[in-house]
Design a protein. Structure first.
Lengths: 331, 284
């Protein structure tokens, strides 16, 4: 089993490295964009699947990362490689502050409170014209600065292929960090809180501390995604960070499957690629998303990851039906 | 000037209260936060618009038809979307209503596009003067009807058999079941009532402002703020909260900045959630 698994990982890695040599142009661009959505969905999945709360303002953190990195590189001339962690940190600090307020609430109240913060931040993007250039957005954002290599060569990041490697390196980093968090002591604590906050508190878990920590880490990755998005697209405007994007993210995580790492990845890939692959449904994208969200919540509360796991259990465990027991959605 | 602004705030507040009451009774009785409430409001506005412009129906009759048709839609929604989730965690209701919101809004966008429409009512621009204060006739009608609906609702909930059953369910769900109140009927009826209120509010606001498929979201958020401010489940709270928000927005836009008009509601929301989470008239 261990060997099989090793081969599977190796194959996935080989495919990941080979992908930009197999496709080019617009399809590669789509793969890159879905990579950015994977980072975002994973970071939201940390809040939704592990803290067990629905955050409806996540696109705002995406936007804070994007704007802070753009302002740093374009106004003060800081290199992209310094602006990337800086953008993450700035977002994390703001995320911590917002978490401080909103994490005191639970359930729908938390959701609406984060939605309110998201909208406030979006309105600041639109109205603080001196800084953000308002609804027109900021154009001409430079690509990540090239890295000098020995022998006088430089590693340039202006092509889509380079963008691919940068984005998917970040995707791998995100997966690794989130995997480590979920399987750490902190992960155990946060899952205990998700299952029963009052009980966890009785067990001596400092619930607010862990919730704030996980929330801040989640916003850190949203900030990184924002930074890379800005420097890859070369253009940002407040319309990239609206409640529509926040809802998209919530749907990605729920459709993919809450409380898993693979779930948000599946959700992000499916929801960014399907409307592009099936042009006929492109206009009906959001109509279908809404319907999908309702059907998933009513019939498959563990999302696609849950469906896959159920199928696997049915096929491989001699028909013995094992319930999937993760994620806060099921009761 | 100030008196005129306060009047405008009052008119806005009455309409907000009407939307918020629908949201608050669903929450109070069924413990469901229905984010699709604003979309029903939007559909109500469209029903009234089509009746008035295409079939030249009298506005007041269109208003009644809008309310009734939205009530029926409410029953359908409850049966198809919310009933299957009975007994599951509360947050599932909330997420499913987000799905419904996205579905209805985008369905309406596909059907009717983004172009703004407005009802051209012949008497709408007649002006009524009270001393220094100027109000258009349509606004006056709107406020009058909103107040009538709210009063009617109060007497209905206080004195009718159904109203008593609803209050009993609100106070103690199991207790209500043991004395023979059908929870499913109450659930259907609550949705019907709440959606009819939203439909009526949509028709009223649609007669004053522009009608388009995205018009439902902002009033929804405001209604939610009002409901939290007034105390979840409290009808009196929804009225007072509606008036407070209406006044705050109008005065804030005049004396602070109109660019952030939407933000005032959110600031009120965050402050209330932090310092007085039960709201002004909340019981629990």
């Amino acid at each position: 089993m261990g060997f099989k698994r090793f081969i599977a990982y190796l194959g996935a890695l080989a495919l990941l490295v080979a992908l930009p040599f197999l496709i080019e142009g617009y399809p590669l661009h789509l793969v890159n964009i879905s990579g950015i959505w994977i980072i975002l969905a994973l970071s939201l999945g940390l809040i939704q699947g592990y803290i067990g709360e629905i955050s409806m303002g996540h696109a705002a953190f995406f936007g804070i990362g994007a704007y802070s990195s753009v302002l740093l590189t374009m106004n003060t001339g800081v290199s992209f490689w310094l602006a990337l962690p800086a953008a993450g940190l700035v977002t994390m600090i703001l995320g911590y502050a917002i978490g401080l307020v909103s994490l005191r609430l639970r359930g729908p109240y938390f959701a609406i409170c984060t939605l309110a913060f998201g909208e406030i931040i979006r309105l600041i993007f639109i109205n603080w014209r001196e800084l953000t250039q308002g609804p027109d957005g900021i154009t001409g954002i430079p690509s990540p600065s090239p890295i000098p290599l020995p022998f006088g060569e430089t590693l340039s990041f202006s092509s889509k292929e380079a963008g691919y490697f940068l984005i998917y390196a970040l995707v791998c980093l995100t997966i690794f960090v989130i995997y480590r968090i979920v399987n750490s002591r902190m992960g155990k604590a946060i899952m205990a809180i998700r299952e029963d906050q009052d009980y966890a508190e009785c067990m001596g878990i400092n619930t607010m501390k862990y919730k704030r920590m996980v929330f801040s880490i989640s916003t850190f990755f949203a900030g990184l995604a924002g930074c890379i998005f800005a420097h890859y697209m070369h253009f940002i405007s407040p319309y990239s960070f609206t409640i529509g994007q926040s809802f998209d993210l919530v749907i990605m995580v729920i459709v993919g499957g809450m409380g898993t790492i693979i779930g948000p990845i599946i959700g992000a890939v499916i929801l960014t690629l399907i409307p592009e692959l099936l042009h006929a449904i492109k206009d009906y994208r959001l109509l279908i998303y809404g319907l999908m969200l309702m059907l998933i919540i009513i019939y498959f509360p563990h999302g696609i990851a849950g469906i896959l796991k159920d199928l696997k259990d049915r096929c491989f465990r001699d028909g013995k039906k094992l319930g999937v027991n993760h994620g806060p959605a099921g009761s | 000037m100030l008196l005129q602004q306060l009047t405008n705030g009052f008119i806005l507040g009455c309409n907000y209260a009407l939307i918020a009451i629908g949201l608050t009774i669903i929450f109070g009785i069924l413990n469901i936060i229905n984010l699709a409430h604003g979309e029903i409001y939007m559909l109500g506005a469209f029903v009234a618009f089509f009746l008035v412009t295409l079939w030249e129906v009298n506005f007041f009759i269109a208003l009644v038809i809008a309310a009734i048709s939205m009530g029926i839609l409410g029953i359908i929604i409850e049966r198809l979307v919310f009933r299957p989730l009975q007994g599951k965690e509360e947050i599932n209701y909330f997420i499913v209503s987000v799905g419904l919101l996205i579905f209805i809004e985008n369905g309406a966008l596909l059907l009717w596009g983004t172009e703004p429409r407005s009802m051209a009512l012949p008497y709408a621009s007649q002006i009524v003067r009270f001393g220094e204060v100027i109000v258009t006739a349509q606004r006056l009608y709107t406020v009058g009807i909103a107040i009538l609906i709210i009063l009617g609702l109060h007497f209905f909930i206080q004195y009718s058999k159904m109203g008593r059953a609803m209050r009993a369910t609100e106070q103690d769900r199991e207790g209500a079941m043991t004395v023979g109140i059908g929870i499913n009927e109450i659930s259907s009826f609550t949705f019907a009532l709440s959606s009819a209120l939203a439909g009526a509010a949509g028709a009223l606001m649609g007669s004053l402002f522009i009608i388009q498929p995205m018009m439902g979201f902002s009033p929804l958020i405001k209604a939610f703020v009002i409901v939290v401010l007034g105390g979840l489940g409290s009808i009196l709270g929804a009225i007072v909260g509606g008036l407070i928000l209406g006044m705050t927005e109008v005065l804030g836009a005049v004396y602070i900045s109109s660019a952030y008009q939407e933000v005032y509601a959110f600031i009120i929301l965050i402050l209330v959630l932090l310092f007085k989470p039960r709201g002004l008239f909340g019981k629990r």
